[in-house]
Design a protein around this ligand. Structure first.
Ligand SMILES: O=C(O)CCC(=O)C(=O)O
Length: 313
């Protein structure tokens, strides 16, 4: 065990667990930061085998945990989301909400920075279930960077293949994607390309998809063809061939490394939406990177201007 930290937390040597006086089990220090409902939710170690998930993540760059949330937790989360849409959305900044049909509250396709607009979602970000898992997978102290809602309406276009690291501008992060309803090939589930987390940042180009300004250059139809030819010559497989379909039931959790290449399919269902919650975490050490903060602010500003000019927000 390391010596007590200035804030009184005692870190265990393995995964930074602090002793909880109320139980004989160690509990993440993050358990204490959540208020109300979320703080009573079991920590991630009750939801999966942590060694297994850590090894899998290291090798593939992603995780998939079925039934991560219980029925009751999912019901509570959906209730809070309904409240957020009804009570919070009318008062938030334009940049934190995107609609399929502008200003039609029933057609929200994206919510951003929910943790800064509402305490429930702030607590969710800090909860031992998610923040503790981020600490474990990245092997350092992580903190919530964004809590987002992504929804694909019936007929929605695909999300272009990309690496989140392109948006983060670093690789000390992780993205969790929680299915709020069943997601499959029909309504636009995610696809991962295993092992791409080891390839560093790949070249991206501008994409027309709202909220996903960057797409992988290599995935354009022309590049895919070229890649397939080269791979065939060398006896290799292409990214498209390696990609894994992440169809999941509601309550399941996916997670990916900043450099893991991923995309979402189009929603070809005539009736089903595809709602999900995204939680991104950055290493606490990023707080000290002034250059990163500056570049990020500049990027956000540019993005906002572009969205405003297009009349999308
Ligand atoms: O939900 C989607 O359509 C895409 C989500 C995504 O790309 C992400 O969370 O990084």
């Amino acid at each position: 065990m390391s010596p007590p930290q200035p804030n009184g937390t005692i870190h265990m040597s393995t995964n930074k667990m602090a002793a909880d006086p109320s139980t004989s089990e160690p509990v993440s220090k993050k358990a204490r930061t959540g208020e109300g409902l979320v703080s009573t939710w079991p920590k991630f170690t009750h939801r999966m085998d942590q060694d297994e998930v850590k090894t899998f993540f290291k090798e593939t760059g992603y995780i998939k945990v079925t039934d991560f949330l219980s029925e009751d937790e999912l019901t509570a989360l959906n209730r809070e989301l309904t409240r957020y849409r009804r009570d919070v959305v009318p008062n938030i900044a334009n940049k934190d909400v995107f609609y399929e049909e502008k200003d039609n509250p029933d057609t929200i396709i994206r919510l951003e920075r929910m943790q800064t607009n509402d305490n429930f979602f702030k607590d969710l970000g800090h909860s031992p279930a998610f923040n503790g898992l981020a600490d474990l997978l990245l092997g350092e102290d992580m903190e919530p960077n964004n809590v987002q809602f992504f929804s694909k309406p019936p007929g929605a276009k695909p999300t272009p293949p990309h690496q989140d690291g392109k948006y983060f501008m670093h690789d000390k992060g992780i993205t969790f994607w929680l299915a709020l309803d069943d997601a499959d090939e029909e309504n636009g589930c995610l696809y991962y390309v295993p092992g791409t987390h080891l390839m560093g940042e790949l070249q991206h180009e501008k994409s027309a998809a709202l909220g996903f300004s960057q797409g992988l250059a290599d995935y354009s139809a022309e590049m895919q063809e070229k890649e397939a030819c080269m791979a065939a010559k060398k006896g290799n497989t292409t990214m498209a061939e390696k990609e894994v379909c992440m169809a999941v039931k509601k309550g399941s959790l996916l997670g990916h490394h900043p450099y893991t290449v991923h995309r979402a399919g189009k929603n070809s269902s005539p009736t089903r939406w595809r709602p999900a919650l995204g939680l991104t975490y950055w290493a606490k050490s990023c707080q000290h990177d002034e250059e990163l903060k500056r570049r990020h602010k500049e990027y956000q500003q540019k993005l906002l201007e572009e969205l405003e000019n297009k009349g999308r927000i």
